[in-house]
Design a protein around this ligand. Structure first.
Ligand SMILES: [Fe+2]
Length: 415
Protein backbone atom coordinates (compact mmCIF):
# COMPACT_ATOMS: atom_id res chain seq x y z
CA UNK A 1 0.00 0.00 0.00
CA UNK A 2 1.23 3.53 -0.56
CA UNK A 3 0.02 7.10 -0.17
CA UNK A 4 -1.65 8.74 2.78
CA UNK A 5 -4.61 11.10 2.53
CA UNK A 6 -3.51 14.72 2.43
CA UNK A 7 -5.40 17.90 1.78
CA UNK A 8 -3.13 20.54 0.24
CA UNK A 9 -0.15 18.83 1.80
CA UNK A 10 -1.67 18.19 5.22
CA UNK A 11 -2.22 14.67 6.47
CA UNK A 12 -5.82 13.73 7.03
CA UNK A 13 -6.56 11.76 10.22
CA UNK A 14 -8.87 8.77 9.82
CA UNK A 15 -9.20 5.10 9.02
CA UNK A 16 -6.56 4.24 6.43
CA UNK A 17 -6.89 0.52 5.79
CA UNK A 18 -8.86 -1.54 5.08
CA UNK A 19 -11.33 0.59 3.17
CA UNK A 20 -14.08 0.15 0.58
CA UNK A 21 -12.33 -0.55 -2.72
CA UNK A 22 -9.07 -1.61 -0.98
CA UNK A 23 -10.48 -4.37 1.21
CA UNK A 24 -8.86 -6.89 3.47
CA UNK A 25 -9.37 -10.61 2.82
CA UNK A 26 -8.64 -13.01 5.68
CA UNK A 27 -9.54 -16.47 6.87
CA UNK A 28 -12.41 -16.37 9.37
CA UNK A 29 -11.05 -16.45 12.92
CA UNK A 30 -7.58 -15.22 11.94
CA UNK A 31 -5.89 -11.99 13.00
CA UNK A 32 -5.64 -8.99 10.73
CA UNK A 33 -4.36 -5.41 10.94
CA UNK A 34 -6.36 -2.17 10.94
CA UNK A 35 -4.40 1.04 10.18
CA UNK A 36 -5.42 4.60 10.93
CA UNK A 37 -3.87 8.05 11.18
CA UNK A 38 -4.59 9.51 14.59
CA UNK A 39 -3.59 12.16 17.09
CA UNK A 40 -1.50 10.54 19.86
CA UNK A 41 -3.61 9.01 22.64
CA UNK A 42 -2.67 7.55 26.00
CA UNK A 43 -1.67 3.94 25.38
CA UNK A 44 -4.56 2.67 27.49
CA UNK A 45 -7.24 4.74 25.69
CA UNK A 46 -10.07 2.36 24.87
CA UNK A 47 -11.06 1.63 21.28
CA UNK A 48 -14.28 0.03 20.19
CA UNK A 49 -13.92 -1.93 16.97
CA UNK A 50 -16.49 -4.16 15.37
CA UNK A 51 -17.50 -5.90 12.17
CA UNK A 52 -21.05 -5.30 10.96
CA UNK A 53 -22.54 -7.88 8.67
CA UNK A 54 -23.96 -6.16 5.62
CA UNK A 55 -26.38 -9.00 4.92
CA UNK A 56 -28.21 -9.25 8.25
CA UNK A 57 -26.90 -6.35 10.38
CA UNK A 58 -25.19 -8.69 12.86
CA UNK A 59 -22.50 -7.14 15.03
CA UNK A 60 -19.19 -8.84 15.95
CA UNK A 61 -16.88 -7.05 18.40
CA UNK A 62 -13.19 -7.07 17.45
CA UNK A 63 -10.61 -7.89 20.10
CA UNK A 64 -7.60 -5.58 19.85
CA UNK A 65 -4.58 -7.82 20.45
CA UNK A 66 -1.71 -5.35 19.92
CA UNK A 67 -1.38 -1.65 19.12
CA UNK A 68 1.71 -0.02 17.65
CA UNK A 69 2.10 3.65 16.91
CA UNK A 70 4.63 5.38 14.63
CA UNK A 71 5.11 9.14 14.65
CA UNK A 72 4.32 10.96 11.44
CA UNK A 73 4.49 14.67 10.62
CA UNK A 74 2.05 17.30 11.93
CA UNK A 75 1.86 15.65 15.35
CA UNK A 76 -0.01 12.62 14.01
CA UNK A 77 0.70 8.90 14.31
CA UNK A 78 0.22 5.88 12.09
CA UNK A 79 -1.53 3.42 14.40
CA UNK A 80 -1.63 -0.29 13.58
CA UNK A 81 -3.95 -2.52 15.59
CA UNK A 82 -3.85 -6.29 15.24
CA UNK A 83 -7.42 -7.45 15.75
CA UNK A 84 -9.48 -10.63 15.68
CA UNK A 85 -13.20 -11.43 15.51
CA UNK A 86 -13.24 -15.08 16.59
CA UNK A 87 -17.01 -15.48 16.20
CA UNK A 88 -17.54 -13.78 12.83
CA UNK A 89 -18.36 -16.33 10.10
CA UNK A 90 -17.23 -16.04 6.47
CA UNK A 91 -19.02 -13.01 4.99
CA UNK A 92 -18.50 -9.41 3.87
CA UNK A 93 -18.42 -6.79 6.63
CA UNK A 94 -18.36 -3.08 7.31
CA UNK A 95 -15.60 -2.12 9.74
CA UNK A 96 -16.44 0.30 12.54
CA UNK A 97 -13.83 1.93 14.73
CA UNK A 98 -14.50 4.35 17.56
CA UNK A 99 -11.87 5.88 19.79
CA UNK A 100 -12.72 7.16 23.26
CA UNK A 101 -14.71 10.37 22.95
CA UNK A 102 -14.64 10.34 19.14
CA UNK A 103 -17.18 9.83 16.40
CA UNK A 104 -17.41 6.28 15.01
CA UNK A 105 -15.70 5.77 11.66
CA UNK A 106 -17.12 3.31 9.17
CA UNK A 107 -15.39 1.57 6.27
CA UNK A 108 -18.20 -0.13 4.34
CA UNK A 109 -17.55 -3.52 2.69
CA UNK A 110 -13.92 -3.44 3.77
CA UNK A 111 -13.40 -6.80 5.53
CA UNK A 112 -14.15 -10.10 3.80
CA UNK A 113 -13.72 -13.24 5.87
CA UNK A 114 -13.34 -16.50 3.98
CA UNK A 115 -13.38 -20.21 4.85
CA UNK A 116 -9.90 -20.63 3.35
CA UNK A 117 -6.83 -18.45 3.68
CA UNK A 118 -6.81 -16.04 0.70
CA UNK A 119 -3.42 -17.35 -0.40
CA UNK A 120 -4.78 -20.90 -0.91
CA UNK A 121 -4.59 -21.66 -4.66
CA UNK A 122 -7.94 -22.32 -6.30
CA UNK A 123 -10.11 -21.49 -9.31
CA UNK A 124 -11.17 -17.84 -9.33
CA UNK A 125 -13.99 -16.02 -11.01
CA UNK A 126 -13.39 -12.31 -11.52
CA UNK A 127 -15.80 -9.61 -12.71
CA UNK A 128 -14.44 -6.41 -14.25
CA UNK A 129 -16.60 -3.33 -14.64
CA UNK A 130 -15.60 0.20 -15.38
CA UNK A 131 -16.76 3.75 -16.16
CA UNK A 132 -19.84 3.78 -13.97
CA UNK A 133 -20.23 7.59 -14.13
CA UNK A 134 -22.56 7.72 -11.14
CA UNK A 135 -24.32 11.09 -11.17
CA UNK A 136 -24.75 11.34 -14.93
CA UNK A 137 -28.21 11.84 -16.36
CA UNK A 138 -30.59 9.43 -18.06
CA UNK A 139 -30.82 5.70 -17.41
CA UNK A 140 -27.15 5.21 -16.51
CA UNK A 141 -28.00 4.30 -12.91
CA UNK A 142 -30.52 1.67 -14.03
CA UNK A 143 -27.98 0.12 -16.38
CA UNK A 144 -25.41 -0.05 -13.60
CA UNK A 145 -27.92 -1.74 -11.27
CA UNK A 146 -28.64 -4.25 -14.06
CA UNK A 147 -24.92 -5.01 -14.43
CA UNK A 148 -24.54 -5.44 -10.66
CA UNK A 149 -27.50 -7.86 -10.59
CA UNK A 150 -25.92 -9.88 -13.43
CA UNK A 151 -22.58 -9.95 -11.59
CA UNK A 152 -24.15 -10.98 -8.27
CA UNK A 153 -26.04 -13.80 -10.00
CA UNK A 154 -22.69 -15.31 -11.05
CA UNK A 155 -21.17 -15.10 -7.54
CA UNK A 156 -17.66 -13.94 -8.47
CA UNK A 157 -14.81 -14.17 -5.98
CA UNK A 158 -13.64 -10.64 -6.68
CA UNK A 159 -14.90 -7.55 -8.52
CA UNK A 160 -12.50 -5.04 -10.10
CA UNK A 161 -13.71 -1.52 -10.90
CA UNK A 162 -11.35 0.57 -13.00
CA UNK A 163 -12.47 4.10 -12.37
CA UNK A 164 -14.78 6.85 -13.48
CA UNK A 165 -16.90 5.75 -10.55
CA UNK A 166 -18.32 9.29 -10.32
CA UNK A 167 -19.21 11.32 -13.37
CA UNK A 168 -17.52 14.37 -11.90
CA UNK A 169 -15.40 13.85 -8.80
CA UNK A 170 -15.43 17.57 -8.04
CA UNK A 171 -19.06 17.11 -6.97
CA UNK A 172 -18.82 15.40 -3.59
CA UNK A 173 -22.44 14.23 -3.59
CA UNK A 174 -21.79 11.76 -6.44
CA UNK A 175 -19.75 9.55 -4.12
CA UNK A 176 -22.30 8.67 -1.40
CA UNK A 177 -24.55 7.50 -4.24
CA UNK A 178 -21.71 5.42 -5.67
CA UNK A 179 -21.01 3.86 -2.25
CA UNK A 180 -24.71 3.03 -1.80
CA UNK A 181 -24.94 1.37 -5.23
CA UNK A 182 -21.63 -0.51 -5.02
CA UNK A 183 -22.47 -1.74 -1.52
CA UNK A 184 -24.98 -4.06 -3.22
CA UNK A 185 -22.11 -6.04 -4.82
CA UNK A 186 -21.88 -9.34 -2.95
CA UNK A 187 -18.14 -9.78 -3.46
CA UNK A 188 -15.04 -7.85 -2.36
CA UNK A 189 -14.44 -4.94 -4.73
CA UNK A 190 -11.10 -3.44 -5.74
CA UNK A 191 -11.57 0.12 -6.99
CA UNK A 192 -9.18 2.62 -8.61
CA UNK A 193 -9.96 6.20 -9.58
CA UNK A 194 -10.41 7.37 -13.18
CA UNK A 195 -9.91 10.81 -14.68
CA UNK A 196 -13.55 11.73 -13.98
CA UNK A 197 -12.97 10.83 -10.31
CA UNK A 198 -9.96 13.13 -10.23
CA UNK A 199 -12.29 15.83 -11.52
CA UNK A 200 -11.71 18.74 -13.83
CA UNK A 201 -10.39 21.46 -11.55
CA UNK A 202 -7.54 23.57 -13.02
CA UNK A 203 -5.32 22.16 -10.26
CA UNK A 204 -5.88 18.55 -11.37
CA UNK A 205 -5.86 19.16 -15.13
CA UNK A 206 -2.80 21.41 -15.14
CA UNK A 207 -0.80 18.93 -13.08
CA UNK A 208 -0.41 21.21 -10.06
CA UNK A 209 -1.44 18.43 -7.67
CA UNK A 210 -4.53 16.56 -6.64
CA UNK A 211 -7.81 18.42 -6.97
CA UNK A 212 -10.96 18.12 -4.88
CA UNK A 213 -12.12 15.10 -6.89
CA UNK A 214 -9.39 12.86 -5.58
CA UNK A 215 -10.09 13.92 -1.97
CA UNK A 216 -13.78 13.13 -2.43
CA UNK A 217 -12.85 9.72 -3.86
CA UNK A 218 -10.45 9.12 -0.94
CA UNK A 219 -13.14 10.06 1.60
CA UNK A 220 -15.67 7.65 0.07
CA UNK A 221 -13.31 4.82 -0.86
CA UNK A 222 -9.57 4.89 -0.12
CA UNK A 223 -6.47 6.98 -0.64
CA UNK A 224 -4.12 4.40 -2.16
CA UNK A 225 -2.53 5.21 -5.50
CA UNK A 226 -0.98 1.75 -5.58
CA UNK A 227 -2.27 -1.24 -3.65
CA UNK A 228 -2.90 -4.92 -3.94
CA UNK A 229 -3.91 -8.24 -2.47
CA UNK A 230 -3.42 -11.93 -3.12
CA UNK A 231 -6.21 -14.37 -3.76
CA UNK A 232 -6.30 -17.95 -5.02
CA UNK A 233 -2.63 -17.98 -5.98
CA UNK A 234 -2.93 -14.76 -8.04
CA UNK A 235 -1.75 -11.24 -7.30
CA UNK A 236 -4.05 -8.26 -7.90
CA UNK A 237 -2.38 -4.85 -8.17
CA UNK A 238 -4.28 -1.60 -8.68
CA UNK A 239 -2.62 1.67 -9.61
CA UNK A 240 -3.60 5.21 -10.44
CA UNK A 241 -3.15 6.37 -14.04
CA UNK A 242 -3.71 10.01 -13.21
CA UNK A 243 -6.10 12.84 -13.91
CA UNK A 244 -6.86 14.24 -17.36
CA UNK A 245 -4.17 16.38 -18.92
CA UNK A 246 -4.46 19.53 -20.94
CA UNK A 247 -4.36 18.00 -24.43
CA UNK A 248 -6.67 17.54 -27.41
CA UNK A 249 -6.67 13.75 -26.95
CA UNK A 250 -8.50 11.94 -24.17
CA UNK A 251 -5.28 11.15 -22.36
CA UNK A 252 -4.31 11.05 -18.73
CA UNK A 253 -1.10 12.01 -17.07
CA UNK A 254 0.05 8.43 -16.55
CA UNK A 255 2.83 6.74 -14.60
CA UNK A 256 5.89 8.43 -13.16
CA UNK A 257 9.19 6.72 -12.35
CA UNK A 258 8.13 5.82 -8.79
CA UNK A 259 4.88 4.20 -9.97
CA UNK A 260 6.77 2.18 -12.61
CA UNK A 261 9.38 1.09 -10.06
CA UNK A 262 6.63 -0.08 -7.68
CA UNK A 263 4.99 -2.11 -10.46
CA UNK A 264 8.34 -3.62 -11.40
CA UNK A 265 8.91 -4.66 -7.77
CA UNK A 266 5.41 -6.17 -7.57
CA UNK A 267 5.94 -8.24 -10.71
CA UNK A 268 9.34 -9.44 -9.48
CA UNK A 269 7.95 -10.36 -6.05
CA UNK A 270 5.01 -12.28 -7.54
CA UNK A 271 7.37 -14.15 -9.87
CA UNK A 272 9.76 -15.00 -7.01
CA UNK A 273 6.82 -16.26 -4.92
CA UNK A 274 5.63 -18.56 -7.71
CA UNK A 275 2.36 -16.67 -8.11
CA UNK A 276 0.05 -18.12 -10.82
CA UNK A 277 -0.19 -14.70 -12.40
CA UNK A 278 -0.70 -11.01 -11.83
CA UNK A 279 -3.81 -9.01 -12.67
CA UNK A 280 -2.91 -5.32 -12.97
CA UNK A 281 -5.74 -2.81 -13.12
CA UNK A 282 -5.93 0.92 -13.75
CA UNK A 283 -8.22 3.34 -15.54
CA UNK A 284 -6.41 4.24 -18.75
CA UNK A 285 -5.43 1.58 -21.29
CA UNK A 286 -1.88 1.61 -22.62
CA UNK A 287 -3.14 1.14 -26.16
CA UNK A 288 -6.49 1.60 -27.83
CA UNK A 289 -7.44 2.03 -31.48
CA UNK A 290 -10.39 4.05 -32.68
CA UNK A 291 -10.27 2.76 -36.25
CA UNK A 292 -10.44 -0.69 -37.85
CA UNK A 293 -11.71 -3.91 -36.42
CA UNK A 294 -9.14 -6.49 -37.60
CA UNK A 295 -5.99 -7.73 -35.87
CA UNK A 296 -3.39 -5.00 -35.71
CA UNK A 297 -0.21 -4.22 -33.83
CA UNK A 298 -0.68 -0.47 -34.11
CA UNK A 299 -0.90 1.39 -30.84
CA UNK A 300 -3.64 3.85 -31.71
CA UNK A 301 -3.63 7.52 -30.87
CA UNK A 302 -6.58 7.83 -28.50
CA UNK A 303 -6.86 7.47 -24.78
CA UNK A 304 -3.25 6.92 -23.91
CA UNK A 305 -1.15 8.01 -20.97
CA UNK A 306 1.12 11.01 -21.40
CA UNK A 307 3.97 9.21 -19.69
CA UNK A 308 4.90 5.70 -18.71
CA UNK A 309 3.10 3.84 -21.51
CA UNK A 310 6.12 2.36 -23.24
CA UNK A 311 7.93 1.61 -19.98
CA UNK A 312 4.82 -0.17 -18.68
CA UNK A 313 4.65 -2.32 -21.83
CA UNK A 314 8.34 -3.11 -21.44
CA UNK A 315 7.61 -4.43 -17.92
CA UNK A 316 5.01 -6.72 -19.48
CA UNK A 317 7.44 -7.94 -22.16
CA UNK A 318 9.99 -8.70 -19.46
CA UNK A 319 7.36 -10.69 -17.55
CA UNK A 320 6.48 -12.63 -20.72
CA UNK A 321 10.14 -13.51 -21.33
CA UNK A 322 10.25 -15.33 -18.00
CA UNK A 323 6.87 -17.00 -18.64
CA UNK A 324 5.03 -14.86 -16.09
CA UNK A 325 1.33 -14.43 -16.77
CA UNK A 326 0.09 -10.84 -16.58
CA UNK A 327 -3.32 -9.40 -17.47
CA UNK A 328 -3.95 -5.64 -17.49
CA UNK A 329 -7.57 -4.49 -17.04
CA UNK A 330 -8.58 -0.95 -18.00
CA UNK A 331 -11.52 1.11 -19.21
CA UNK A 332 -11.71 4.79 -20.17
CA UNK A 333 -12.57 4.40 -23.88
CA UNK A 334 -16.06 2.90 -23.31
CA UNK A 335 -15.43 0.16 -25.87
CA UNK A 336 -14.20 -3.44 -25.60
CA UNK A 337 -10.76 -4.37 -26.93
CA UNK A 338 -8.26 -7.13 -26.21
CA UNK A 339 -4.56 -7.19 -27.13
CA UNK A 340 -2.23 -10.13 -26.67
CA UNK A 341 1.55 -10.11 -26.80
CA UNK A 342 2.62 -12.20 -29.83
CA UNK A 343 4.62 -15.43 -29.61
CA UNK A 344 7.89 -13.52 -30.09
CA UNK A 345 7.03 -11.40 -27.07
CA UNK A 346 7.40 -8.14 -29.01
CA UNK A 347 4.15 -6.91 -30.53
CA UNK A 348 0.80 -6.41 -28.85
CA UNK A 349 -1.75 -7.66 -31.38
CA UNK A 350 -5.34 -6.51 -31.13
CA UNK A 351 -7.92 -9.28 -31.36
CA UNK A 352 -10.28 -9.31 -34.30
CA UNK A 353 -13.42 -7.65 -33.00
CA UNK A 354 -15.47 -10.70 -33.99
CA UNK A 355 -13.92 -12.51 -31.03
CA UNK A 356 -15.64 -10.02 -28.72
CA UNK A 357 -18.96 -11.82 -28.82
CA UNK A 358 -21.13 -14.21 -26.87
CA UNK A 359 -18.65 -17.12 -26.90
CA UNK A 360 -16.02 -17.45 -24.19
CA UNK A 361 -12.48 -16.84 -25.45
CA UNK A 362 -9.18 -18.20 -24.18
CA UNK A 363 -6.08 -16.11 -23.54
CA UNK A 364 -3.26 -18.33 -24.73
CA UNK A 365 -0.20 -16.07 -24.43
CA UNK A 366 1.36 -14.86 -21.17
CA UNK A 367 0.39 -11.20 -21.45
CA UNK A 368 -2.98 -9.67 -22.37
CA UNK A 369 -4.48 -6.18 -22.22
CA UNK A 370 -8.26 -6.04 -21.73
CA UNK A 371 -10.17 -2.78 -22.14
CA UNK A 372 -13.79 -3.07 -21.02
CA UNK A 373 -16.74 -0.97 -22.14
CA UNK A 374 -18.73 1.18 -19.74
CA UNK A 375 -21.14 -0.48 -17.31
CA UNK A 376 -23.60 2.37 -17.75
CA UNK A 377 -23.11 4.21 -21.06
CA UNK A 378 -22.91 3.45 -24.75
CA UNK A 379 -19.60 4.44 -26.30
CA UNK A 380 -19.17 6.35 -29.54
CA UNK A 381 -21.38 4.93 -32.34
CA UNK A 382 -18.57 3.98 -34.77
CA UNK A 383 -17.18 1.42 -32.28
CA UNK A 384 -19.43 -1.63 -32.36
CA UNK A 385 -17.76 -3.08 -29.27
CA UNK A 386 -18.82 0.01 -27.33
CA UNK A 387 -22.50 -0.09 -28.13
CA UNK A 388 -24.80 -0.73 -25.20
CA UNK A 389 -23.16 -1.41 -21.84
CA UNK A 390 -21.61 -4.39 -20.11
CA UNK A 391 -18.84 -6.03 -18.15
CA UNK A 392 -16.25 -8.78 -18.48
CA UNK A 393 -15.83 -11.97 -16.51
CA UNK A 394 -12.52 -13.83 -16.24
CA UNK A 395 -12.07 -17.40 -15.12
CA UNK A 396 -8.62 -17.95 -13.66
CA UNK A 397 -7.34 -21.38 -12.70
CA UNK A 398 -4.37 -23.55 -13.49
CA UNK A 399 -5.26 -23.57 -17.22
CA UNK A 400 -5.28 -20.63 -19.64
CA UNK A 401 -7.59 -17.80 -18.51
CA UNK A 402 -11.03 -17.60 -20.10
CA UNK A 403 -12.77 -14.35 -20.84
CA UNK A 404 -16.54 -13.87 -21.13
CA UNK A 405 -18.00 -10.67 -22.55
CA UNK A 406 -21.37 -9.69 -21.08
CA UNK A 407 -22.92 -7.01 -23.28
CA UNK A 408 -26.42 -5.57 -23.21
CA UNK A 409 -28.06 -3.51 -25.96
CA UNK A 410 -30.78 -2.10 -23.74
CA UNK A 411 -32.34 -2.42 -20.31
CA UNK A 412 -34.54 -5.47 -19.69
CA UNK A 413 -38.26 -4.67 -19.34
CA UNK A 414 -39.33 -3.86 -15.79
CA UNK A 415 -40.86 -6.87 -14.07
FE1 LIG B 1 -15.39 7.05 -18.55
Amino acid sequence: MSSHPRRLGRLQPGLLAPRFGAPLLARAGSRFTVESIEAPEPAAAPVEAALLSAADAQHFPLSVLTTTSTKMEQGLCLVKRVVCAPDAPPDGYDLRLRRAGGEPELAPRSVWLRKEAPTTPGALQLAHLTDLHVGSRGRAGDRLLHVIAEINAREPDLVIITGDVANNGDRAHHYPNAVRILSTLRAPSLIVAGNHDHGFSPRAIAGLGFGPGWYHFADAFHSFLHFGLQLGGWDFIGFDSGPSRLAPLVGTRGLDADALAALSRDLDAAHARGSRGVVLFSHTPVRSRLTGSRPSARRGAVAGMARGTRAFEELLRRAARRGQRVIHLAGHTHWMEVFELDAEGQRFMRWDHRRIGPDAQTITTPVALINTQSASHSGIPIKRTGLGYGFVRLLLDAADPQIHFHRYASLPPRS
